[in-house]
Design a protein. Sequence first.
Length: 489
Amino acid sequence: MMAIRLLRNAQISIRKRCFQTRSEYEQWDHCMKASRIRTTHDKQSSQCLEQVNPRTAAPFLYSVSPISERLLLFAQSHDNEIEDDGSKSPNSSLLECVYPLSGTRHHADSKSDADDIINTTDLKILRASVSDFGAYSRFRLAKFYSDVDALTADVAYRHASSSSNSEDIAFVTAGHYYSRKILNTELSKDLILRCYPTLTGRSSMEIRTDALQEDDSGTEKLINVCFTSMVAVDKQTLRPVKDAIQKLSTHNDSNHSNEDERREQERLRMRTEMAEKHTQIRKKRFATSMLLRNGPSSSPPTQEEMAAIHLLHQGSIVDNNTNDIPLPHVRQYTYRSSEIVYPEKRNVHGKLFGGFVMENGHTLAQYAADFYLNHANQQKPSNFDGDLDVAKDSKSTRQLRAIPLGLDEAIFLQPISIGDHVTFTARVVHSTPRTCRVVVIVEVRNPSNRSSAPLRSNRLMFVFGGTDFPNGIVPNGYHEILMHVDAKR
């Protein structure tokens, strides 16, 4: 319960990210929760999902996930059905991946209603592969992002499989956006990843991934959500290909009752409006970007933003005669990790799997946020209990681990080749008493040209919640100032 209260308090600080007002965010939040696709495994329904083979239906997930054979994958039996106008419904491209964490799974033969009992060893391996230490998020959010990166690619290819030039195009991830942790995750219940398209353009598409669990009454609850932008490119030139993606149908193709059709039509309308809103937000953020590499579109921080930086630097200087604790500096909470890209980390295109970047980036960001937490109180914990430290013989609690709340954005700039040397740098760049934001920059070096400067391949911004964050962190140097202001906007 304490972790749930921490999350609710932290959400107050993240509401205005990319939104002008709190009410605008709350409207988005309502649409996000109300517009998700509902599916059924009822064999009497035309919308019934049937179990499919991950090797053929989700080659990206199968090739990169070491536990793919322990998962269950479902899709509609009449997949790739094309409407009369040439469009495709979201349901026909949908993939549903189930982690059978409860210990039972539906029989592989879709004609059977029997459940298989997973043996104890396999269940322990499955749970250990996705578990986390926090009491609030037992399912590791880094693992969620890794599998999202794979599933969204499989859904993109599934949607475009009927295009005339589908053999000549490849899909690349442009970025993941607007991901939020909504409810507690229980490791004793099955977790569902439901992935489906929400908007298509001439060369790009938005794909939404919902993480769901059932409550004790059997009602699905939305746990996590993430939106992904995919781009269709020519396999040879890697340039965007126009008109490579089939249109997404704007009407409901179900054969349910009129009331069900009306509800699904309303959800479809909300999903479309949300996706269009996301496109507008990204265009606006690019137009007001401070990134130096963006050329003419880059602009410096405003006078008011620089004045706020000035106040932060004043807060880092305290009178030695007082007990005040100075604000920390970004350089104090900067951490690095380096990797060599080995062949087992490649995707079906022979490049580094993007989910590896997401998982490692979030893990390092969690490391930074955990150490940043309790900056003002660095004594050893007296007892460890999940997210919280409960002092013996005391009613007080002190949070030990930052709660992962999601990500604002994860931008993919260029692919990483097998054999490259990759460095992750995580910096805590913005802080309020309830939240902090960690930016992870991923840079790549080609070992055959050791004198060359590293190239930036990814930029990720994660959000964490807590109760004992300092009320501000001081950026040093212009690049840290830009990161801080961008995180605050």
